[in-house]
Write a new protein. Structure first.
Length: 120
């Protein structure tokens, strides 16, 4: 499934991301500009250092999380590939807003699986 980038009124100045057909309002993930974007390369095997760029490892953070830890993949043929690279160039590093009540671990896993089934 292709990546969808969108904005929500409740979260101004943040870019939401999903690979699901129908995204969840209460389980939204955002691009995590506090962490670096990693280019996935191919030179006989997948690596991070040399060869042809074949994708990206994109850090994401749940709407109710202070420190994100999840990463999704974005293939070079995905329509949002160039957009994500441009967004990182413009916004990295940017701190994430703090949340008062964090999501519990089980709900975080369920929300991630619903939004990024192929990356689960």
């Amino acid at each position: 499934m292709a990546i969808t980038l969108f904005e929500l009124e409740q979260f101004p100045n943040r870019i939401a991301i999903s690979k699901a057909k129908d995204y969840q309002i209460n389980g939204t993930f955002f691009l995590d500009f506090s962490k670096p974007l990693t280019v996935i390369r191919w030179f006989g095997k997948v690596n991070d250092y040399f060869g042809f760029a074949v994708g990206l490892r994109v850090p994401v953070i749940h709407q109710s999380e202070n420190v994100g830890g999840y990463v999704i993949s974005c293939h070079v043929n995905d329509p949002q590939y160039k957009t994500i690279k441009q967004l990182w160039k413009r916004n990295y590093p940017t701190a994430n807003p703090k949340v008062d009540v964090e999501v519990d671990g089980l709900n975080l896993i369920v929300d991630f699986a619903n939004q990024f089934e192929a990356n689960s």
